[in-house]
Design a protein around this ligand. Sequence first.
Ligand SMILES: [Zn+2]
Length: 442
Amino acid sequence: MAIKIHSVGGFEEIGRNMTCVEYEDEAVILDMGLYLDKYISVQDNSKTLTANQLIQEDAIPNPDYIRHIEKKVIGIVLSHAHLDHIGAVPWIAKRYNCPIIATPYTIEIVKSILKDHKKKLSNEFIPLNSNSSYPLSSNITIELVNVTHSLPQAAMIHVKTPEGNIVYTGDYKFDYNPIIGKRTNKKRLKQIGKENVLALMPDSTRADEERKTYSETVARQMLKDVLLDMETQGHGIILTTFSSHIARLKSMLELGQELGREVVFVGRSLKKYIDAAEKLKIVKFSNRAEIIPSARFAKKRLQEINKIREKYVLIMTGNQGEPDAILTRVVKDELSFNIFPEDFVVFSCITIPTPIIQANRRVVERILHNKKARIFKDVHVSGHASREDHRDLIKILKPKHVIPCHGDMNKRASLAKLANEMGYKMNKGVHLLQNGQNIVLS
Ligand SMILES: [Zn+2]
């Protein structure tokens, strides 16, 4: 018998990741994500979105590609809590009569997303800690391997079958000095490399960058240089990053305190991710900082803070210029907080390179320039492996096949080129699939 890999989503774009591994009369789905750019654009037109609308707009993966094996699916496994990996769960998971398996933090976030959308699922949730296994059937076992990324409890998914094993990396990097959690479990990966890896499915997001991705500690140092070494005295300080980036938020909180200022988190999604991390005892922010849960609560409180702004560091939602986020609304004078000349506005992130997001960010930056704020962009280190990290992973796992995923053709081709350089022949050992295709591995 052979193993069949179905590339459902994320093979033509960075987003809506979904892969299905089929073995005999069973199958497992890996990730179920949103394509954020498309999702944002349809969200503007309609408030009540159906699964079919979202599929038609390419905002979520098209599950019809695997309709013929729908009944075979015995598990949905999620690699980590980013929306491009879990955001389609509220719409698609109900098609499959099976449990959802992920680390406790990922499950916590999925549950809060379901709540946001007022949706309920009958699928059972099975929390599985990193570096442990769950037998889904007599033939298929799922193992989650701890990896470093840009949020807590990210995992590689190791699908074990009698015919060989599949390693699906999800998003990962090799961080030697992580701020939160442990290093990527190289020791276990080296063991897995000796256990017949039939296929490796690596994240291609940064495969075209010729370097190693540096540690989150480097991002912390960058922030430190801005906050502790510059003339901040008497000026407002606003920081923003991805709300799910708990390690970055931890650095911001600690550096703000080192500066001798009160730290305030403002915004709904910050509150959501911090709550989940606190619930699982990953961090404790709420006894060291104020958390303002939404714009509604922010109005009055920001008005007060505005009067003694030099005593605060404000961490706001809105790193991508999202129209409803706190920073955007502050910049547009919709909340009672002023941005004065020479106030610090630090974007501790990259701008996701899609047209809508780039346009949103330009609007925010233009107004900030008009207000004569000091702008710091790209104070950031990525959570994704680069080319040389991927080379290490391929060396460690020694897979028979490499199937790049999470990325458009260019990104995946970069990874294919690397594999090729390492001796994998195109279409024999390394394979570039498109959404809706499948490949039989033997
Ligand atoms: Zn991610």
